[in-house]
Design a protein. Structure first.
Lengths: 475, 290
């Protein structure tokens, strides 16, 4: 028994550290801390020992389950390579056992917590078991897992549209038994798909697994992905056109990769706008006048989160520039690129700024387009346009000393953006107080000014920095 | 007097506290075919990158065709071909797209040569339109070489160009290098670990050790002049030999000395217990770089 527990602890730490070195200590530390502090606070306020003990247990289990979902599962899938699955069967066995144990613990805990509440216990059991199994399946790179998760979310959101008889049926007697068996079968299938047993099938699935694992890392989610057929044909056309034009600036932009080319981004945004259009059409046909009015009044706010795409675009460019350092060496030696670091860096900065501005304009355009489709008033659309300007300073973040600094900006980008928002909001308020200018307009003007300052600073830095390419060589 | 194509003087390069290149002086003359040798981590790639201006040196100067390497003109850059060690480049493109991309960047592009190489090196239509990420390591390396040769460079810098190639691929590459590059008088600098290939192609060798060119010369002269002298310590200790490169004392008390171009070894070889042996390229590599 002792050996088995030791093994479990070992594989738990192995899986965690394969994703992040100190993740295990952080997750356990935070779980332990919240399992002590939160119950203590409850004890002080309510003076109820049982309630505090229950909360402590919940916190501890929540910590373990979160750690399992975020770190253990991706780490375990990563560890179970086709070779390890065949050559170290004990590792695979232990990974499966720990996975099942935590899954069972999460399901049992959720079921117990639902007792004596309004939540139907049977549905909680089935839902938790199925959803966590789907999560594991998705983590192993299988699209089915993602679709099942979507289905769960959909059934939760639109539960009023599902016939009550179905919900009733699966909560009692034979219906429950059948549903439970189906959930267990799905969980078993997910488990088998997560931990394949080597061989051709495993090798074939490995690419999707590795991609999914990579997606969980901060840098990995911004990596170049494989193109689908449509993207590839579109990129072929763009590359052919740019090669034929022999425009070194445009050719330079191809260093960012195929998926990150603005044409592909434009297609994605067009698809989003089209989908939003269809959804609005359906809504107009089905919804009542109150809902239609509500959409008209506040609908223009819904596409605003799209603007955060500018932050992801900035990070994508940063990661791509780091990943293509070897390609940059060849491009730097090519004749049409300017000689001397200042001129070369200016050229790179112009390319990056143009790409960033274009992508920002496309995002803002998509947001406004959806705004127009909601039937928003001119005033709302104007506010929307002003809000779009708040993300404009992000284009300045793309101009850096790429030789010394490459890769993710991470928290620096977040902090910088938050600071820019705060300054813009403050300026907007003050301008409103002194001049009566609407706050959104003042904030937009401040953001435009911040963007201009950042861009000017970026270009000044480009003048004195070493050759931008290959990026990151002096980091 | 012929001017050196690459002229580096007193270049130094550190990575943190590790010294990679130390006051290195090196000249490469027109038409030279130089094999750069050194152990793993000796700094061969760093040296080649510094020579091309892809890395900044901490001190010293590098000039290519008389121009400062940080300010190379368009015309000079058009004369340089470079095959980096990493060959999985432009993975999101197909070979055809990548070649078209570079054709757009170079004023001179030998399309016939590219087509010929693609055909000879097994790039059929299907493979030419396959993403580079899907090609094998050897295929990617061959493509990298084709790209570097396509604009008929006058200076070709190759960083371990055959490391991923199978014997057939290596033979094809060497044939191409001899027939259409070296024969044309192109200056070639290449690093490799495959000594047999080097013997077939390189006329000159340079050994990189401790951040400097420890030994350089014509291959035949180096092999002809290199000798290992093994003898008793009582006889060889305290007796410096001409052209001595390295001296080592074995556990059995004998002393082994590597010399190059030293005179008077024949006489020493007649002493009792003293052996004077010629060295193979592999022996020379080991002895010089150890």
């Amino acid at each position: 028994m002792k050996t088995v527990l030791k093994d479990y602890w070992l594989v738990w730490r192995m899986a965690f550290s394969s994703r992040a070195r100190h993740a295990s200590a952080i997750v356990f530390g935070l779980s332990a801390l919240s399992a002590i502090v939160v119950p203590l606070l409850i004890l002080l306020k309510e003076n109820d020992l049982l309630l505090a003990a229950g909360m402590s247990l919940r916190m501890a289990v929540t910590g373990v389950v979160l750690g399992w979902m975020l770190y253990f599962v991706p780490g375990a899938v990563k560890l179970n390579t086709p070779a390890a699955a065949r050559l170290v069967p004990r590792l695979r066995r232990r990974l499966i056992e720990v996975t099942v144990l935590v899954w069972a613990l999460a399901v049992a805990m959720a079921t117990l917590l639902s007792l004596n509440t309004k939540l139907p216990t049977a549905l909680v059991l089935l839902g938790t078991g199925g959803w966590i199994a789907a999560f594991g399946l998705a983590q192993s790179g299988q699209k089915l897992g993602t679709w099942v998760q979507f289905a769960f979310t959909g059934s939760f959101v639109f539960h009023r549209h599902i016939p009550p008889v179905l919900f009733e049926g699966v909560q009692h007697g034979t219906g429950f038994a059948v549903a439970l068996l189906l959930m267990l079968a799905f969980a078993a299938y997910a488990l088998q798909a997560m931990f394949l047993n080597g061989g051709e099938h495993h090798y074939a699935a490995r690419e999707a697994q590795v991609l999914q694992i990579e997606r969980m890392s901060p840098t990995g989610q911004f990596r170049e992905r494989r193109q689908n057929r449509f993207d590839a044909s579109l990129y072929r056309w763009v590359l052919q056109r740019d090669s034929a034009a022999r425009n070194s600036g445009r050719l330079l932009a191809h260093l960012l990769g195929a998926r990150n080319h603005w044409v592909n981004r434009a297609v994605v945004l067009a698809a989003i706008v089209a989908l939003a259009g269809v959804a609005l059409l359906v809504m107009h046909a089905k919804a009542g006048p109150e809902t239609r009015q509500l959409v008209k009044d506040i609908g223009w706010m819904f596409p605003l989160p799209l603007l955060l795409g500018a932050m992801f675009d900035t990070e994508k460019r940063n990661v791509r520039l780091k990943d293509t350092a070897a390609e940059q060496a060849l491009v730097r030696l090519a004749p049409p690129l300017p000689a001397g670091a200042p001129a070369f860096n200016r050229k790179v900065a112009v390319m990056l700024l143009r790409t960033a501005l274009l992508e920002w304009a496309m995002l803002a355009g998509a947001v406004l387009c959806v705004g127009v489709m909601t039937g928003a008033s001119a005033a709302s659309l104007f506010t929307q346009a002003c809000l779009c300007c708040l993300t404009l300073p992000l284009v300045g973040a793309t101009l850096r000393d790429h030789a010394h600094r490459s890769g993710l900006l991470g928290w620096r980008l977040l902090l910088g953006f938050a600071l820019s928002l705060a300054v813009s909001a403050g300026v907007g308020m003050e301008l409103n107080r002194f001049t009566g200018l609407p706050p959104a307009v003042g904030a937009a003007l401040a953001s435009i000014a911040i963007a201009a300052v950042l861009v000017a600073r970026g270009f000044r830095r480009a003048e004195t920095a070493p050759y931008a390419f290959p990026a990151g060589r002096l980091a | 007097m012929t001017t050196a194509i690459i002229q580096s003087a007193a270049i130094s390069k550190h990575f943190g506290s590790a010294s990679i290149l130390s006051q290195l002086d090196w000249q490469i003359m027109p038409g030279q075919v130089i094999g750069l040798l050194g152990r793993n981590g000796a700094g061969k790639s760093t040296l080649l990158e510094c020579l091309l201006g892809l890395r900044e040196t901490d001190s010293g100067t590098v000039r290519i065709y008389g121009e400062d390497v940080s300010q190379l003109s368009d015309a000079t850059r058009a004369r340089i071909g470079y095959v980096p060690q990493k060959s999985d480049l432009f993975e999101w493109m197909t070979p055809r797209q990548m070649l078209d991309y570079f054709r757009a960047l170079y004023p001179r592009w030998n399309g016939a040569k590219v087509d010929g190489l693609l055909e000879r090196w097994g790039f059929d239509k299907l493979m030419q339109n396959k993403p580079i990420s899907k090609l094998s390591g050897g295929e990617q390396q061959r493509l990298s070489i084709i790209r570097a040769l396509a604009h008929d460079p006058e200076l070709l810098v190759l960083d371990e160009p055959v490391s991923a190639l199978d014997p057939v691929g290596r033979r094809d590459f060497l044939r191409e290098l001899i027939d259409s590059v070296i024969e044309r008088g192109t200056t070639v600098v290449f690093s490799t670990h495959i000594l047999s290939d080097l013997e077939r192609v390189a006329l000159d060798l340079a050994f990189l050790k401790d951040g400097r060119i420890a030994l350089q010369g014509r291959l035949d002269e180096l092999l002809e002049g290199a000798r290992r002298v093994v003898g008793p310590a009582s006889l060889l200790d305290g007796k410096p030999l001409a052209g001595e490169l390295r001296r080592q004392r074995a556990q059995d008390g004998t002393v082994s000395i590597i010399t190059h171009g030293g005179a008077g070894l024949a006489l020493l070889g007649k002493e009792a217990g003293v052996r004077v042996e010629p060295l193979s390229l592999e022996d020379l590599f080991i002895e010089v770089t150890q």
